[in-house]
Design a protein around this ligand. Structure first.
Ligand SMILES: Nc1ncnc2c1ncn2[C@@H]1O[C@H](COP(=O)(O)OP(=O)(O)OP(=O)(O)O)[C@@H](O)[C@H]1O
Ligand SMILES: [Mg+2]
Length: 233
């Protein structure tokens, strides 16, 4: 199989991008594909054996089939769990969207992974500095996008705005994932049908509420990788 790589965005922070990214890696591993998971920008973390690490990056690193160094997975590990551009300023560093995208492409090329995911931070238009946003990183990268939608009131507006912005950036929306992070929303089926109607990409699945310690393997059970246009047929 050739190389397939996706950028994972979401309708907001905390919507399940990392869980979905790890679930996609798990599903790809189960297909026998070699995989890597990247988190180019992460805000917040803890020290492990003297190395500062973010838990999203650690989960993606641990779920991928190819072992990458931590710094390869997460080149920008910012100290504070706040908006990335503010965290970067506090750390006295700058976030360069083009350089971070080049880093991701380099990891894909040098690892030879057949399947890769790169998780954004927060939502689509989170600033990286005073002029650029996560959308610029995604656009530099050019990988098709998978949108994670947390099924809660307000998600229709957030999902459609994000899909429009992805389209305006000239990127392909490869698919979207419904994720039930909390209690089931009122009229869930009608909301899912509305998203199916409006979003210009297949729904890869609807992940149910998985309790206090959701595992990528369990989430993967709700996803169908073969619905991704690049993998169909
Ligand atoms: N389907 C689910 N069932 C139960 N818990 C979930 C589910 N999806 C996500 N969670 C939990 O919700 C929290 C947020 O999920 P996750 O970290 O994947 O979101 P995120 O979009 O990656 O957030 P961030 O913007 O911080 O990167 C985590 O604690 C995760 O375990
Ligand atoms: Mg995350």
């Amino acid at each position: 199989m050739s190389q397939r790589a996706y950028f994972i965005t979401g309708t907001d922070t905390g919507v399940g991008k990392t869980l979905v990214g790890a679930a996609l890696l798990h599903a790809a591993n189960a297909q026998g594909w070699s995989t890597i998971g990247l988190k180019p920008v992460a805000a917040g973390g803890t020290h492990h054996d003297g190395v500062f690490m973010n838990e999203d990056a650690c989960l993606l690193q641990a779920t991928a089939s190819i072992e990458l160094d931590y710094a390869a997975v997460n080149p920008a590990a910012l100290a504070d769990a706040i908006a990335p551009h503010i965290a970067a300023e506090r750390d006295g560093r700058t976030l360069n969207a083009a350089e971070l995208a080049t880093h991701c492409r380099h990891q894909l090329a040098t690892s030879g992974a057949e399947f890769a995911v790169a998780e954004g931070a927060g939502g689509w238009l989170v600033p990286l500095d005073a002029r650029t946003t996560m959308a610029d990183l995604a656009t530099s990268l050019g990988w098709p996008v998978i949108l994670v939608v947390a099924m809660r009131l307000g998600c229709l507006n957030h999902a459609l705005l994000t899909a429009r912005a992805i389209e305006a950036a000239g990127l392909a929306l490869a698919g979207w994932v419904a994720n039930v992070t909390g209690e089931q929303m009122a009229a869930e089926a009608a909301n899912l049908a509305t998203l199916d109607n409006w979003l210009p990409a297949p729904r890869l699945g609807c992940i149910r509420q998985l309790g206090p310690d959701p595992q990528p393997a369990d989430a993967a059970g709700y996803l169908d990788l073969s619905l991704l246009p690049e993998l169909a047929g």
